[in-house]
Design a protein around this ligand. Structure first.
Ligand code: KIV
Length: 255
């Protein structure tokens, strides 16, 4: 445990050095994230899109998330590994939430779990915390609510919606979450929430005034040719490099 990032150490970073979070889904991506100095590695259900080629995250199962989480923790990163709870693994009851969060920890080796939603998730968050598992919240554009939201849309644009999101963030923080991902919300709202709550906020498409930032591994590296959200900054185009490398191999084969 010494030298490892933990949920209490992440809370202590509130307002300090910005938190560096990125997704990873397997051993090599976890090694890369860890060598680059990630504080938190999220085994996100975005694995559905960027690794498994699915249209949305809704078909992800707990078994699949455990499988990917175990591949990430096999890399033994110093970062805190957060296992994403898939859709319907915590919506049905607090007992289901504890059982499924427990699988991500016991079988996957995660040090914390993430779940989406606001005040209505407080009973589940409390139950998982009672089982001694740290919980990260996720508010705003929550991809598991794609049908309820009517698509992947920025949330909190009206004053009423913004107030709802502030109340959700306060409730989740009071319930005991150690951090909250703010996805797809106006910059000014992310800034307000960040000032309002005592735990770190980690933004994605939420401006610069959060306590940290998260991006999807394959987006950062330019590893997939699918749709890239407007806010994503790509730092490499590795898919193109990979095609060129394989083409060079095939050219050698011919010669
Ligand atoms: O699944 C995921 O990758 C996520 C991040 C985008 C926060 O939830």
């Amino acid at each position: 445990m010494a030298g490892k990032l933990t949920a209490p150490k992440i809370i202590a970073r509130k307002g300090g050095e910005k938190l560096r979070m990125i997704t990873a889904y397997d051993f090599p991506s976890a090694r890369i994230a860890d060598r680059a100095g990630a504080d938190i590695i999220l085994v996100g259900d975005s694995v559905a899109n960027v690794v498994l080629g699915r249209d949305d995250m809704l078909a992800m199962t707990v078994d699949e998330m455990v499988y990917h989480t175990a591949a990430v923790t096999a890399a033994d990163p110093a970062a805190l590994v957060v296992g994403d709870m898939p859709w319907l693994s915590y919506h049905t009851s607090a007992d289901d939430a504890v059982r499924n969060a427990g699988r991500l920890v016991r079988e996957g080796g995660a040090g914390a779990v993430k779940l989406e939603g606001g005040r209505k998730r407080v009973p589940m968050i409390r139950a998982v915390l009672d089982a001694e598992i740290p919980v990260m919240g996720h508010l705003g554009l929550t991809p598991q609510s794609v049908h309820a939201m009517g698509g992947y849309r920025v949330q909190g644009k009206t004053a009423a919606m913004a107030n709802e999101l502030v109340s959700d963030a306060v409730a989740i923080a009071e319930a005991g979450a150690f951090a909250i991902v703010l996805e797809g919300v106006p910059d000014v709202l992310a800034e307000v929430i960040t000032k309002e709550i005592p735990i770190p906020t980690i933004g994605i498409g939420a401006g610069a005034d959060t306590d940290g930032q998260v991006l999807v591994f394959h987006d950062v590296l330019g590893l997939h040719d699918g749709h890239i959200a407007k806010f994503v900054r790509q730092y490499a185009l590795l898919a193109d490099d990979a095609v060129a490398a394989v083409e060079a191999f095939f050219a050698d084969v011919q010669s």
